[in-house]
Every structure is written in C-alpha cells, then in structure tokens.
Design a protein around this ligand. Structure first.
Ligand code: URA
Length: 200
C-alpha cells in the first residue's frame, strides 16, 4: 500500500470508529490532513475552524494565509509539506478542543506520523505542542527544537526519533505584533533545522 493509501485507511478508521460523535454531528466534515505524505516535515495545528470545516482542508482561513506567507519566506510550498490538526472535526463556536477530544484523536495522529515518518514535526500552538511535550510552556520553549522518541502504535516496543519544533499558533500571532515577529523569526529556523538533521 502506498503512503497515501495508508493515510486514506486511517481516515476511514476515524469514521468507522465513530470518534467524538458529538463533534462529528455539529461539524460539516472530517478534516483529516493534506499535502505530501513523503514530506520530511509535518505541521500540526489544533482543530479546524469555520473555513476548514467548509473546505475539508486544514489551514485555509486567515491563519492559513499567514502560514502560507511564512512558508513562502522559507521557500517551502504547501504541496511539499504535510499539514494536519490534532482534532479533526471543528469544535462548535471554535472553542478549544477538550482534553477528551484531543485524547480521542491522538492514536490517529500517531498513525499518520508513523506512515509519513517525518524528520521534523512543527507544532502550531500549545495544544499541539502538549501532545508531544506535555510539561512545557510554549512561551518558554517556542523556536527550540526538541528531540523526542515516539512510541510506535503497533505494540512492538519500537520507537522512532523525531524533532519537535514548537511554534506559536499563527491565529494567535496574526494580530499581535510582537508574537507575529517572534513566529516569523522562529519559522526562519526551519531550513537550518532540516539541514542539520539531514547531515546527521
Ligand atoms: N487553526 C488550526 O489549528 N487548524 C486549522 O486547520 C485552522 C486554524
């Protein structure tokens, strides 16, 4: 099976397993993730908003436009990378996803990463960061790459090493001048982080 076929199968599992039925009821559709399954870098946001819910794609609203601008600054195209969210249905009124909702989707996110096998995972915002680095504060560690071992879901005892780069969420930074510049500066670190990992 190709990576895309494996990802399609995970998407179908979320539907078959009836994950977060309450969210599924209020959302228009599942927003699973888009981009290149062979990418070395995966971006993970929090949950779809209104535009994403309508389009079925992550980061297509105002935050997505800002994300696209930052990707352009570092010469990355959206088609080259893979983008997803922790929670894959839009929470009503764009409220924060609950701990239970994040927990329910985590195994599927883990499966996505197992298929893609990225070298770098860029977490956008604290919800996404805390999936991988539960005890850290984004204001203290943004822009600092952290090496973590991800346990593989298939219970083999194996794990894979990945670098997590925690960044502020583009929606939070969009209208906050200093956070916006910090996010742009942190984003600029991405090419050298990828280069460094490739050279190891
Ligand atoms: N914010 C997110 O966290 N994800 C999206 O897909 C859009 C906005």
């Amino acid at each position: 099976m190709s990576k895309q076929q494996q990802l399609d199968a995970i998407q179908q599992h979320i539907l078959d397993d009836k994950i977060t039925p309450e969210l599924a009821k209020t959302a228009t559709q599942l927003v699973f993730g888009t981009g290149n399954p062979d990418s070395e870098i995966v971006f993970i946001g929090e949950a779809p908003g209104k535009n994403e819910d309508i389009k079925g794609e992550p980061f297509v609203g105002a935050a997505g436009k800002f994300l696209n601008e930052m990707l352009e600054m570092i010469d990355l195209k959206r088609e080259e990378i893979y983008i997803t969210n922790i929670v894959k249905y839009r929470p009503p009124e764009n409220r924060d996803p609950s701990p239970e909702e994040k927990k329910a989707f985590l195994p599927y996110l883990q499966s996505q990463l197992e298929v893609i096998q990225p070298k770098v995972v860029v977490t956008l915002g604290r919800h996404s960061m805390n999936c991988f680095l539960p005890d850290l504060q984004i204001s203290k560690v943004h822009g600092q790459p952290k090496r973590v071992r991800l346990a593989l879901k298939q219970d083999t005892g194996d794990s894979v090493q990945v670098v997590i780069l925690p960044l502020y969420h583009p929606a939070a930074a969009l209208y906050n001048g200093s956070m916006r510049q910090t996010l742009i500066d942190d984003f600029a670190l991405i090419p050298s982080i990828i280069q460094k990992i490739k050279s190891i």
